[in-house]
Design a protein. Structure first.
Length: 117
């Protein structure tokens, strides 16, 4: 099993118990990603709220670049399943993992910059 496939299985292991079809697993994975995305956006807005104008500008630039990276990385992570029924689930797993990592980074940055105020 390739690493991205293993990551996808670990990220969505609870789905296997509840969702039976690929479509059901994708739907649940998309719901999990939505929650992760909401948490990331909250962390982003929280960080943005304490930055000066230059910091806000740089954070916006960084976030746009990160979003492009995330999408490209998820495409790479799932490319070995291109055209297969697992490609979408693999992509969602990668998107979720990367989004959770980004959220942690934004939260760490918030704490760091908050201490500097």
């Amino acid at each position: 099993m390739k690493l991205p496939s293993l990551l996808c299985l670990l990220a969505f292991a609870p789905l296997v118990v509840h969702a039976q079809s690929n479509a059901e697993m994708k739907e649940e994975a998309a719901s999990i990603l939505d929650k992760s995305d909401t948490a990331m956006n909250k962390a982003y807005q929280q960080l943005l709220s304490i930055l000066n104008d230059e910091g806000k500008k740089r954070l916006r630039e960084t976030q746009r670049a990160w979003l492009a990276y995330r999408d490209a990385q998820a495409g790479f992570d799932s490319h070995h399943m291109a055209g297969g029924t697992g490609e979408g689930l693999e992509r969602l797993g990668s998107l979720n993992m990367l989004t959770e990592e980004r959220t942690k980074r934004l939260q760490e940055d918030y704490k760091r910059f908050k201490e500097l105020q």
